[in-house]
Every structure is written in C-alpha cells, then in structure tokens.
Design a protein around this ligand. Structure first.
Ligand code: AMP
Length: 303
C-alpha cells in the first residue's frame, strides 16, 4: 500500500438541483477525493480553509483516517465557496459564483511525509498551486490531475505547464473538448496525450467514463441509478476511487488502471445519491463490494 497526497479545494458549496438545494454544505474537490480514497488507502490533504470552516468537517475527514495536518486553517480568511446549479440535464453544472478566499493567499508547504508519497493527485484548483505542490514531491510513481473550464479558460498557460508533467489527466467530456479545442473526443484524448499525460480518463457523467492509454481503450459504464439528487463531486469521487485503488495496489500497470476505473465509477455512484457527502457518510464497505460485483456483471459478455 502506498500513500496518496491530494491538493485541491476544501469548500462550502451552495447547490441547487431540480430535486432540492443545500447552502454552505461541505464540498470541494479535495474533500470528495480524500473521503472516497480513504476507503482504499492512507490519503493526506494539502489545502487551506478559513477560520469560518466548521470543526465538524475536519473531524469528519479525520474520522476516516484522512491526514489533515497539511490542511491549513488561515486566520482572518474565509473558506473557498462555490455556488452552482443544475437543470434536468445533471451532466452540466452552471457555476453561479466562485470565491477563492483562503486559496488566493495559500502557499503550500509540504512536510517530509507528504513529499515522499508514492501517488499524487492534483485535484481541481488553481494550476499554479498544483505546480507548487508537484515541485515539492520527491519521486511519485504516478501523478494525476483534474481541472475544469474555470482554469482552462482563465489560466491556460499555467495549466499546460503542469499538464506537461503529469501521467494521467481525469477530465469531463466538455472540458476535454475545450482543452483540446477539438469536438471529437477520441481526437481530443490524443491531442491531450501530446500535451503530457500518457493516460486520459474522460468522465461522461451518466454515460460512464472512457480510459485512453497508449492507444488502448477501456470503458466503465455508470451505475444505473433511478434516483440522482446532486452530481456535485461525482468527478472528484471517481478520482478518489481511481487513485485510492492504484495507491492501495501500489500499481500503475494497464490491468490495474482498468480495475481502478471500476472503483472510481462505483464510488461516484454513491456520491450522486444525496447532497454533499451525505451518501458517502452512510456508505458501508459491504455496499461498495456489492456494487463492484454488479459492475462486473454489467459488462460481462457470454461466449
Ligand atoms: P465535480 O462535481 O466533481 O466536478 O466537483 C465539484 C466540486 O468542485 C465542488 O465541491 C466545488 O466546491 C469544487 N469547485 C468548483 N469550482 C471550483 C474551482 N474553480 N476550483 C476548485 N474547486 C472548485
């Protein structure tokens, strides 16, 4: 089992979907990621919150064994806030407001334990911060990155600089098209591969996720759910299951990448069943095992 470090947002999210809404609920890319990854391995969060961040949220992460010693509480700062909404097409979030707050002032400083970690996930946050963390790592076996339209449009040059140094990019389909400036997803994956990452995972919400690695393809369907309440965090949870599994196995070979895709899809299927981390909080290992078996069944071909 290898250690996994993540840098990303730890947030208070206000989200509206056709099925309800929450105000200032626990969210953030590193939060969903680390909670999901904690089902597989030791995960350590690098990030910052303000002193308005409720203590119980930190305790929740600690209760899962997530190391929050490098999650700094910055005095006089407010926590990152994201406000978004979804229509009936839950695959597309509309961002109404982003307040970087604590992340605008944050300078990550990694301790010796963090620097030595074998696996690194640069979750969705300013690419400048992603690079600052990457540069402090000693020699991770695998570096993966996620990003979003906000950074692709606003900080493209910085993003391309980090991208050149990562092994895996996890990104949703609309963002893959935007990043590659190419409407066809297969061509987009190839163009992105030329930017650095030899493996590209394209998340397509309810339509599953595609892995493109050294000219090989693998597809993990989404779990067929009848009730989806809030897709927020699905991508980060997917990444948490994916990277958590690889770190647990301490492996980066093609067969492990495929198995990791299914762990990612299974974890994400729980997140969307409720708002914020509510469903993940109730998740039992037995339920995860059951869903993994269903996945295996869903893609089995006879003969
Ligand atoms: P996902 O639905 O997996 O793409 O991620 C949603 C999470 O990303 C929410 O919990 C937000 O707090 C967080 N988020 C939204 N916008 C940003 C941004 N510009 N930078 C970092 N995190 C963000």
């Amino acid at each position: 089992m290898a250690d996994l470090v993540v840098v990303g947002s730890v947030a208070l999210d206000s989200v509206k979907t056709p099925f309800g809404k929450v105000t200032e609920a626990l969210g953030g890319s590193a939060t969903y990621f680390s909670y999901a990854a904690s089902f597989f391995t030791q995960v350590r969060v690098v990030g910052a919150v303000g002193n308005d961040f409720p203590r119980e949220h930190l305790e929740l992460l600690s209760s899962r064994g997530v190391d929050v010693t490098a999650l700094e509480v910055l005095p006089g700062q407010k926590t990152f806030r994201w406000t978004g909404e979804y229509g009936f097409d839950l695959n597309e979030a509309r961002t109404l407001d982003v307040q970087l707050n604590a992340f605008a002032a944050f300078k990550p400083k990694l301790g010796p334990v963090h620097r030595k970690a074998g696996f690194l996930f640069l979750a969705n946050i300013d690419p400048v911060l992603q690079l600052e963390v990457l540069e402090q790592m000693e020699r991770p076996a695998l570096i993966a990155l996620d990003t979003m339209n906000f950074w692709i449009e606003g900080k493209r040059a910085d993003l391309l600089r980090v991208l050149a140094r990562v092994d895996v990019l996890l990104i949703n389909d609309a963002e893959a098209r935007m990043l590659a400036r190419e409407p066809n997803l297969i061509k987009a994956a190839r163009t992105i591969g030329e930017m650095g990452p030899r493996t590209v995972v394209i998340k397509r919400g309810e339509y599953g996720a595609l892995l493109v690695s050294s000219g090989q393809f693998f597809f993990a369907p989404a779990y067929p759910l009848e009730a989806v309440f809030d897709p927020t965090g699905a991508g980060d949870t997917f990444a948490g299951g994916f990277m958590g599994y690889l770190a647990q196995q301490d492996a980066t070979d093609p067969a492990s990448l495929r198995r990791a895709m299914v762990r990612g899809a299974a974890m994400a299927s729980f997140t969307v069943e409720d708002f914020s981390l509510e469903r993940l909080k109730r998740l039992e290992r037995r339920e995860l095992e059951e869903r993994l078996l269903t996945f295996a069944d869903m893609v089995r071909l006879e003969g």
